[in-house]
Design a protein around this ligand. Structure first.
Ligand SMILES: CC(C)(COP(=O)(O)OP(=O)(O)OC[C@H]1O[C@@H](n2cnc3c(N)ncnc32)[C@H](O)[C@@H]1OP(=O)(O)O)[C@@H](O)C(=O)NCCC(=O)NCCSC(=O)C[C@H](O)C(=O)O
Ligand SMILES: [Mg+2]
Length: 283
């Protein structure tokens, strides 16, 4: 992963004020949404507005456009607009409700070059997670917990127990194929404690970051998904201890009473690479 994805903010492409405001927000990535955040009567206007907004400067933030489903009346025009103009300013196209690699093939045929991302938010899509993650054009996955809850008929629980099987399949698939994966949104955007707990849970599970719906959620996600000072210091100490052990012909070191092998060193190097990528993004 070369770019950080700690905070990935949805912006309804129909909301001119939010499009303007996002240019200065501390989001690692932005999802410009043409799908569920835009009402049917504003779909075409939102597409035009987005075309104008994308010509503005969004700095180093990764720009991703979520189109409508190709099965909807707007999806094909969204994909064609992406291929024609949005792709000059956006980094990737996000396909909603992906249920199998053939859904990505259909979009790939209309958009020849850009990296694709997949919304993982239906039971069928989650059961096909490995085939989706293995698609050659796929760069990243976004878990859609609102649609998943609807499809499962599950009730909200802070521990997200009803969703764990599906989320786990997506995480395994993304990691098996070396793809980025970010967690679903936390709807109660005024509940900082609840968001913090869900970010910590997502970080513990291995997500690269979290999708967000409101600017007030950015700082909490940026902090939760960045390596801590202690993690950075430990990574340096593990690498140094392992190098010293190797110089003495040993394959294992001990730091703070725990063994350090080459696999731990690989994780330590990843931690340092992530910290460096964040420092670069924040200038
Ligand atoms: C949730 C909101 C409707 C709340 O909006 P609002 O009432 O305007 O909030 P505030 O007055 O507190 O806003 C303060 C300022 O921040 C700007 N703002 C608000 N939201 C955003 C945003 N997302 N990006 C950028 N800027 C934003 C306001 O314009 C205010 O600015 P200022 O005038 O300077 O004070 C709203 O936050 C919102 O619409 N959020 C996004 C909702 C969305 O995108 N939903 C779809 C994706 S979620 C999903 O479905 C994922 C998946 O598919 C799944 O199934 O789970
Ligand atoms: Mg959804």
């Amino acid at each position: 992963m070369t770019r950080p994805y700690r905070s990935v903010l949805y912006i309804p492409a129909s909301n001119e004020r939010a499009l303007e405001k996002a240019r200065a927000l501390a989001a690692d990535a932005i999802i410009f949404d043409l799908e569920d955040a835009v009402v049917p009567s504003e779909k075409e206007e939102a597409r035009d507005l987005l075309g104008r907004a994308l010509r503005e400067d969004y700095g180093p933030r990764t720009r991703i456009v979520r189109i409508n489903s190709l099965d909807s009346e707007w999806g094909e025009d969204d994909a064609r607009a992406f291929a024609r103009t949005f792709s000059r300013h956006a980094h990737a196209l996000l396909v909603p409700k992906v249920e199998g690699p053939e859904d990505l093939d259909r979009v790939a045929a209309l958009v020849p070059d850009a990296p694709l991302w997949a919304m993982m938010e239906t039971p069928k899509g989650m059961l096909n997670a490995s085939a989706i993650a293995g698609h050659p054009r796929l760069q990243g996955m976004v878990v859609g917990t609102n649609d998943l809850a609807k499809e499962l008929n599950s009730r909200y629980r802070p521990d997200r127990l009803p969703m764990m099987a599906g989320i786990g399949l997506c995480l395994l698939a993304a990691r098996a194929h070396g793809k980025v994966i970010v967690d679903g949104v936390f709807n109660a955007f005024k509940d900082d404690e609840g968001l913090r707990a869900e970010c910590e849970q997502g970080r513990d599970m291995g997500f690269d970051g979290k999708t967000l719906i409101h600017p007030a959620q950015l700082a909490i996600a940026n902090r939760a998904f960045a390596p801590t000072e202690d993690e950075i210091k430990l990574a340096h100490r593990q690498i140094e201890a392992f190098d010293a052990a190797q110089r003495q012909g040993q394959g294992v070191a001990v730091v703070d009473g725990r063994i350090v092998e080459n696999l731990h060193v690989a994780t330590a190097r990843q931690t340092l690479a992530r910290a460096l990528a964040i420092a670069r993004l924040e200038g």
